[in-house]
Write a protein that binds this ligand. Structure first.
Ligand code: NAP
Length: 486
């Protein structure tokens, strides 16, 4: 009998009003049922938003040091329970266990960073033209913020939104992806364990199609922070804009690396394969296009194919697995049909191209790591996000041509270049249309203390993490105090 998990609203675990549930299973093994989770309705979301709204004033009035203190306690709690949380991430998202441990470690670092942020200054005193006037700025919380998150970083992404939201004085409602509700309940358990006041954090599970509108349009919601696909994000943007609500969107990518002829090819091939294939390419910052300049094409391609074929396919619970299952059957079908479309468009499959055979893979959603070449720069497979272990290799005549190809897609999340030439590095850093730029490094892999976000269709332009998070989660007040009249 599957364990049944509940929503966490106003400090209490409860069932959704409908009485309906949905299930979550392990992508490496369909027979491993993780549990049943509340299929919440709009009414349940309204209840959670109201709970957050009811305490927003008391939370705002709590000192930011005290708010930060809850985050620091949560960091310690996560540290003490790291292995349990990492195992849960692997079981539900399919991620390799080493990466899951890294993800929980990242969540801890974020909680520590924003915990300390609670004791940092938030405003400034500015000279006035009138010496009698004390002129200063302060940062005010927005109120209730809806957090809508994807399945691929089921703990790090919710935490990188909620840590700054909470420390800057907002109250929140989290709606996690339907594929990873169990990890979300563990996040709620963490806040319960550190006695965060009731109503400050609320969790409702359920389908985005059913409850998404309520999270965005409810009049008590001040802002929405979303990470997920560009299609859903753009819809949220238009709904929020019509109601004058603030929104923050981090969305898809089609991340390129450029390989110049002077690059250390061994290093470039190693990092390209790692960026494209780890977690089966299911990172928004995963490398999906390698744009290769000049006569190194054959040597580089051979290295990439050899390294790709050597990757171990298996469940995330096996520490040697690099190619883990993709999140679900729909994703597997989408990836294999994208590969087929690439072939139909003239592409040649150099590695992988299908699903692995054998009884080890029959119970999970595995896809082979795949390398394609001979596709046109504007072919669907080379322009659209696949979110699977698929790399397209594209030729370029020179560095200028490579930059134009890199910039030719609608996305602009992360991009890299491999070269030893300083001028090429600086020109690339200046002109690439991408929020994250890596020089001789992997497009995936971010540090939490610096801003993160994309350009073009990858983002609404706001940045998350680091100092930048304050811009979204607060609004500035400018205060004039005329001391001559007091
Ligand atoms: P998704 O399908 O867009 O879902 C993201 C979240 O939106 C889920 O919680 C989903 O709920 C919810 N949702 C679905 N329909 C909705 C609606 N009509 N209104 C409001 N919310 C709705 O994305 P995903 O498949 O979970 O994640 C993969 C995508 O996320 C990729 O495109 C990837 O590039 C992107 N991503 C971006 C970043 C970044 O920082 N730029 C980071 C990670 C992932 P349900 O699960 O219930 O449908």
């Amino acid at each position: 009998m599957a364990e049944r998990y509940q929503n966490y609203v106003n400090g209490v675990w409860n069932d959704a009003s409908s009485g309906d549930v949905s299930t979550s299973t392990n992508p490496a093994d369909y027979s491993d049922l993780i549990g049943e989770f509340q299929a919440s309705s709009k009414a349940d979301v309204d209840t959670a938003i109201t709970a957050a709204h009811d305490v927003k004033e008391s939370w705002r009035r709590t000192s930011s040091l005290a708010r930060g203190g809850y985050l620091l306690k949560a960091a310690s709690y996560l540290e003490a329970n790291l292995e349990e949380y990492a195992q849960a991430v692997t079981r539900e998202s399919g991620k390799a266990i080493l990466e899951s441990r890294g993800e929980v470690g990242r969540a801890i670092a974020l909680l520590q960073y924003y915990g300390v942020e609670g004791s940092n200054p938030v405003g400034s005193v500015v000279p006035s033209v009138n010496p009698a006037i004390l002129l200063y700025t302060n940062r005010m919380p927005l109120g209730v913020v809806s957090l809508i998150t994807p399945w691929n970083f089921p703990i790090a992404i919710p935490i990188w939104k909620m840590a700054p939201a909470l420390v800057y004085g907002n109250t929140i409602v989290l709606k996690p992806a339907s594929a990873t509700p169990h990890v979300a309940t563990l996040i709620a358990r963490m806040w319960e364990a550190v006695d965060l006041p009731a109503g400050v954090f609320n969790l409702v599970t359920g389908s985005g199609a059913a409850v998404g509108d309520e999270l965005i349009t409810n009049s008590k919601v001040a802002a929405i922070s979303f990470t997920g696909s560009t299609r859903i994000g753009m819809n949220i943007a238009s709904q929020a804009a019509q109601r004058g609500k603030r929104y923050q969107l981090e969305m898809g990518g089609k991340n390129p690396v450029i390989v110049l002829p002077d690059a250390d090819l061994e290093q470039a091939a190693e990092i390209t394969v790692s960026g494209a294939m780890k977690y089966s390419g299911q990172k928004c910052t995963a490398t999906s296009r390698a744009i290769v300049v000049g006569n190194i094409m054959e040597e580089f391609t051979n290295m990439v194919v050899e390294k790709t074929n050597a990757l171990k396919i298996g469940p995330g619970s096996d520490p040697d697995s690099i190619i883990v299952p993709v999140i679900d059957q729909a994703s597997k079908d989408n990836i294999t049909s994208m590969i087929a479309r690439g072939v139909a468009d003239g592409g040649s499959v150099l590695a992988g191209g299908g699903v692995p055979s054998g009884s080890d893979y029959g119970n999970g959603t595995f896809v082979q790591p795949t390398v394609i070449n001979n596709v046109a720069v504007d072919a669907y497979v080379a322009c659209e996000e696949i979110f699977g272990p698929v790399l397209s290799i594209l030729p370029a005549g020179d560095a200028e041509d490579a930059l134009n190809i890199a910039n030719s897609v609608e996305y602009g999340l992360s991009a890299g270049i491999f070269t030893r030439d300083l001028n090429s590095v600086l020109d690339f850093a200046d002109r690439i249309e991408s929020g994250v730029v890596k020089i001789n490094g992997e497009t995936a892999g971010l540090e939490p203390q610096v801003p993160f976000g994309g350009m073009k269709a990858s983002s609404s332009g706001d940045r998350e993490q680091g100092k930048a998070a304050i811009e979204f989660f607060t609004q500035t007040k400018t205060i004039y105090v005329d001391r001559s009249a007091t």
